[in-house]
Design a protein around this ligand. Structure first.
Ligand code: NAD
Ligand code: TYD
Length: 350
C-alpha cells in the first residue's frame, strides 16, 4: 500500500490528479492536503467523498510542524506537490505570498520528507509539479523550451516557482532525496478558477461583459488539456527517472487574440447567438507588467522516454471546456461569490 500525499488537490490541476489517482489505483491511499485558499474548492471533488482510498487533510504547507506530523502519522511515502499560489497577476500585487507558499512551503515539504524518510528511500518519491514560466520568454522564432533551457523567470510567480525547483534539485543533489520534476505549459479545462484567461472569458462572454485583452493580444501560450497533464503526471510518477526533469506541453501554440476569437465563436454558437455577436466585447487594456511574449514546450523527452502525447485535439478540448462552463454556471457563481468557502469551512469546522 502506498500512501501518497497530493498537495493542492482542491485546486484546478490537483483535483484532476487526485481524481485520476483515486479512481485508477484503489490499492493506494491518496491524501489530499490543501489549505483551501480562495483557489481551493472541495466541491471539485464531490464525486470522491466516501471513497475508501481517499482522505482530505486541511493544512498549510507553510506550517512545518503540521506537515512533519502528517508525514509520520499517515506514513507518507510519496509526494506529488502541486500546492502553490498560481496566478501571475496576483503575484504582481502580492509577491510575498508567492515567496511564502511556493518557496518556503516547498522547502517545508522537502525537509519533512528528508526527516521522515531518513535516507531510507526504498519506494519513496518527491514529485514536484512546476511550470514552463521558469524558462522566461521566447521570441517568435525561437525553439521551444527543452529541459536544458536556462532559467530566466520574469514575474514574481515564475521567480518563486524557479526558486522552488532549485530547492527540489538541491535536496536531491545534497541529501540524495529521490525527486522528479515536471514543467508544464498552460492548462485549460473544467474547474479552473475564473481569474485565468479561459474560464474568465467564457463567463464574461456569456454575461456580455468586457473581455480585457492585455496589450495587443499578441502574446503566445501553449495550451494543454488538464486531463492530459494529469496523465503525464501519472506516467512520470510511475516511470520517470529519479533526479530527472520532464517538460510537458500541448504542441499547441495560440496567440491570445486568436484564442479569444475561438472562445467567442464557440460560446456564441452554443448559446445560439448570431456569429460574431460577442466580438464587440473585446477590450484592449494596459499590458501586464513584465508580460512574457511567448511560451512553447519541447516535450520530446517525455514522448521518447515514456511514450506520452496529448490525447485531445485543441478544437475538441475547447468545445468540451466551453460546454462544461456553460453547463456549470452554479459552480462559476459559487466560486466568484466565495460561497463555496463558507460551506466547506462549516463542514470541516474551520
Ligand atoms: P490553483 O491555484 O488552481 O490551485 C492551487 C491549490 O493550492 C489550491 O487548492 C490552494 O488552496 C492550494 N494552496 C495554496 N496555498 C497553499 C498552502 N500554503 N498550503 C496548502 N495548500 C495551498 O493552481 P493550479 O492551476 O491547479 O496549479 C497547480 C500547480 O501546477 C501549481 O504548482 C502551478 O505552479 C502548476 N502549474 C500550473 C499550470 C496552469 O496552467 N494552471 C501550468 C503548469 C504548472
Ligand atoms: P493566464 O490565464 O493568467 O495564464 P499565464 O499568465 O500563466 O500564462 O493568462 C494567459 C494569457 O492571457 C497571458 O498572456 C495573459 C493574458 N490575459 C489577458 O489578456 N487578459 C486577462 O484578463 C487574463 C487573465 C490573461
Amino acid at each position: 500500500m502506498r500512501h501518497i500525499l497530493i498537495t493542492g488537490g482542491a485546486g484546478f490541476i490537483g483535483s484532476h490528479v487526485v481524481r485520476l489517482f483515486v479512481n485508477t489505483y484503489p490499492e493506494y491511499e491518496i491524501i489530499n492536503l490543501d489549505k483551501l485558499t480562495y483557489a481551493g474548492n472541495l466541491s471539485n471533488l464531490k464525486d470522491l467523498e466516501g471513497k475508501p482510498n481517499y482522505r482530505f487533510v486541511k493544512a498549510d504547507i507553510c506550517d512545518f510542524d503540521a506537515i512533519r506530523e502528517i508525514f509520520d502519522s499517515l506514513k507518507i511515502d510519496s509526494v506529488i506537490h502541486l500546492a502553490a499560489e498560481s496566478h501571475v497577476d496576483r503575484s504582481i500585487t502580492d509577491p510575498f505570498s508567492f515567496a511564502r507558499t511556493n518557496v518556503m512551503g516547498t522547502l517545508n515539504l522537502l525537509q519533512s520528507a528528508k526527516e521522515a524518510w531518513k535516507g531510507n528511500d526504498d519506494g519513496k518519491l518527491f514529485y514536484h509539479v512546476s511550470t514552463d514560466e521558469v524558462y522566461g520568454a521566447l521570441g517568435f522564432n525561437d525553439q521551444p523550451f527543452s529541459e536544458e533551457r536556462r532559467y530566466d523567470p520574469h514575474s514574481p510567480y515564475s521567480a518563486s516557482k524557479a526558486s522552488s525547483d532549485h530547492f527540489v534539485r538541491a535536496y536531491h543533489d545534497t541529501y540524495g532525496l529521490p525527486v522528479v520534476l515536471s514543467n508544464c505549459s498552460n492548462n485549460y479545462g473544467p474547474y479552473q478558477f475564473p481569474e485565468k484567461l479561459i474560464p474568465l472569458f467564457i463567463n464574461n462572454i456569456r454575461h456580455n461583459k468586457p473581455l480585457p485583452v492585455y496589450g495587443k493580444g499578441e502574446n503566445i501560450r501553449d495550451w494543454l488539456y488538464v486531463e492530459d497533464h494529469a496523465r503525464a503526471i501519472d506516467l512520470i510518477f510511475h516511470q520517470g527517472r529519479v533526479g530527472e526533469t520532464y517538460n510537458i506541453g500541448g504542441l499547441n501554440e495560440w496567440k491570445n487574440i486568436d484564442l479569444i476569437r475561438v472562445l467567442i465563436k464557440t460560446v456564441d454558437r452554443l448559446l445560439e447567438r448570431k456569429e460574431g455577436t460577442s466580438e464587440k466585447l473585446i477590450t484592449y487594456v494596459t499590458d501586464r507588467a513584465g508580460h512574457d511574449l511567448r511560451y512553447a514546450i519541447d516535450a520530446s523527452k517525455l514522448s521518447n522516454e515514456l511514450g506520452w502525447k496529448p490525447s485531445l485535439q485543441f478544437e475538441e478540448g475547447i468545445d468540451h471546456t466551453v460546454r462544461w462552463y456553460l453547463d456549470h454556471q452554479a459552480w462559476l457563481d459559487s466560486v466568484t461569490s466565495g460561497e463555496y468557502q463558507s460551506y466547506y469551512r462549516k463542514m470541516y469546522g474551520v
